[in-house]
Design a protein around this ligand. Structure first.
Ligand code: NAI
Length: 270
């Protein structure tokens, strides 16, 4: 459904690894809605090559950047403005990675070097992206910046491991930076707390497919998929949500406000 909601807008989309990635869906929809944008990912992810297919489909330039490197980010933001012909209206931060999760380390047995690496990639990078954009005066007024998060920032999901702490930090950065960017430039900053979604990052979590089914049964509307998440991102990049900022917005089919569902309770009567 193309309504030209993003006509004339320019942006940067982080995190499209493959066609399952939430960022991939956002890029497709942003293109449909008339936006121009640069696609970016860590240089190592580029080697997989799939992003070039998306770039071709959406007429976008690809600029590699490790989101933990301020130098890379400065280059990315500067070159994006040159390539797109002006300042930016939106940025999507769709990045997450925990080395402890990858290595199978239990939450009570973290390797702290891994913890710091995961925090840098998953959370501090959001601050770095915004600080870089602010210093380079790269955002237009009323621009919109969105990062993706998960409800494990508020409640315990044991296998989410140290990603829970990373997401809590990420959401806090959205509030704090959202304040400063709002005052300085009327730029809004929000996080979307998305249902579990079958992607490369998601499937790294232990017992993920069972968990997806549980979450689906615990959500009155069922799990929100990547496509629906992309729709929500587009609405936040559009001018229809100009006074929404510093929020953590649940996009989860009602999961976050549900104590239990009849369907789940019935499992215990069997
Ligand atoms: P994905 O694996 O497709 O995307 C994660 C992206 O992070 C990849 O493109 C990866 O290359 C990128 N990345 C990793 N290290 C990087 C670095 N140093 N610099 C730049 N990029 C880097 O998985 P997905 O699910 O699309 O993840 C996107 C976001 O959504 C993440 O923040 C994730 O935590 C969040 N999220 C995912 C959920 C899920 O169940 N899949 C649920 C809620 C939130």
């Amino acid at each position: 459904m193309a309504n030209n909601l993003l006509a004339g807008k320019r942006g940067i989309i982080f995190g499209a690894l493959n066609s399952q990635s939430i960022a991939w869906h956002v890029a497709e929809k942003a293109h449909e809605q008339g936006a121009k944008f640069v696609l970016t990912n860590a240089p190592i992810a580029m080697r997989m090559g799939e992003i070039n297919e998306l770039a071709e489909k959406t007429g976008s330039k690809v600029i590699p950047a490790d989101a933990t490197s301020v130098e890379d980010l400065e280059k990315l933001v500067t070159e994006s403005m040159e390539a797109l012909g002006g300042k930016l209206d939106f940025i999507l931060h769709s990045i997450g990675m925990s080395v402890n999760v990858r290595k199978g380390n239990h939450y009570t047995d973290e390797n702290y070097d891994y913890t710091l690496k995961g925090l840098d990639v998953s959370a501090l990078s959001f601050h770095k992206v915004m600080q870089t954009a602010m210093k380079l005066d790269a955002m237009n007024e009323w621009g919109s910046i969105v990062a993706l998060t998960y409800i494990a920032a508020q409640r315990v999901f044991p296998d989410y491991n140290d990603m829970a702490d990373n997401k809590a930090y990420l959401e806090s950065v959205a509030r704090s930076f959202g304040y400063h960017y709002g005052v300085a430039k009327k730029v809004r900053v929000n996080t979307i707390s998305q249902s579990p979604t079958m992607t490369t990052a998601g499937s790294g979590v232990k017992g993920f497919s069972e968990f997806i089914s549980f979450s689906d049964k615990m959500s009155p509307l069922g799990n929100a998929d990547a496509n629906a998440c992309a729709d929500y991102c587009i609405s936040l990049f559009s001018d229809l949500t100009r006074f929404v900022t510093m929020q953590n917005l649940f996009h989860d089919g009602g999961f976050s406000n549900t104590g239990v569902t009849t369907e789940v309770i019935e499992q215990f009567g069997k």
